[in-house]
Design a protein around this ligand. Structure first.
Ligand code: NI
Length: 227
């Protein structure tokens, strides 16, 4: 399931991030790729230890921490620090799958990648190409979102970034381990939570059926969450 999270950042936050990115150092993206994906990766990244990247990452994680749609969809346990890439004309990232396990740089903790995320920093009218293409059970889906919007997709998916043919595509990419490992369970919990939210909106948060369903939602989390 691909989930779009609109307005993760305000236009003002996007502009501030872009000004930090303009000052940041950028190096070859192959540095953080596995052997196989390094062969098809053709972009630039902010180095993991650059202060600009660390500040940008904190800003993004703070915004996500209060984003109800994101928390409902991902049920995050641990989120890796966001990274940043840019694709100029002719650059792309061929089809690949993300590593299953990654290490949190600050703590050395190992994390299973359940969700991959791309947060867009370039508006679609400013570049051509550069679509994120994710293979799903229902065929390939192309994603190209306004600046400040994010897509969340299962890390089990094959995906690629098509070549940029005009302008430049800048984005943040990162991973998380969900409290709920199984994708089918995560999807059901997300559907249930969204249904409860819309019920509560139309009937009132104290509607007895909404309250009972909320109880069931939390009890399912108790059954399935790994902390
Ligand atoms: Ni990838």
């Amino acid at each position: 399931m691909l989930i779009t999270i609109p307005d993760v950042l305000t236009p003002e936050e996007v502009a501030y991030c872009r000004s930090l990115m303009a000052r940041a150092p950028w190096t070859d993206g192959k540095a953080t790729a596995g052997t196989q994906s390094a062969l098809v990766k053709n972009n630039r990244q902010i180095p993991l230890d650059a202060p600009e990247g660390l500040e940008l990452g904190k800003l993004i994680l703070r915004a996500l921490g209060s984003n109800a749609l994101f928390l409902s969809a991902a049920l995050p346990r641990t989120i890796l620090p966001p990274m940043f890439n840019r694709y100029g004309e002719g650059q792309n990232f061929g089809i690949h799958v993300d590593n299953a396990i990654r290490v949190v740089p600050q703590t050395g903790e190992r994390l299973r990648t359940d969700f991959s995320m791309t947060l867009f920093f370039s508006d679609p009218e400013n570049y051509d190409g550069g679509e994120l293409v994710v293979e799903t059970l229902y065929g390939a889906q192309e994603v190209k979102l306004p600046a400040g919007h994010m897509v969340l997709y299962p890390s089990t998916s094959l995906h690629q970034v098509l070549p940029v043919t005009r302008g430049e595509r800048i984005s943040s990419f990162f991973w998380l381990q969900s409290m709920v490992r199984d994708e089918t369970r995560r999807t059901m919990l997300f559907d249930l939570d969204q249904t409860i939210q819309s019920m509560a909106a139309s009937l009132g948060a104290d509607d007895p059926h909404a309250v009972r369903l909320t109880g069931i939602y939390h009890n399912l989390i108790r059954c399935w969450a790994e902390l």
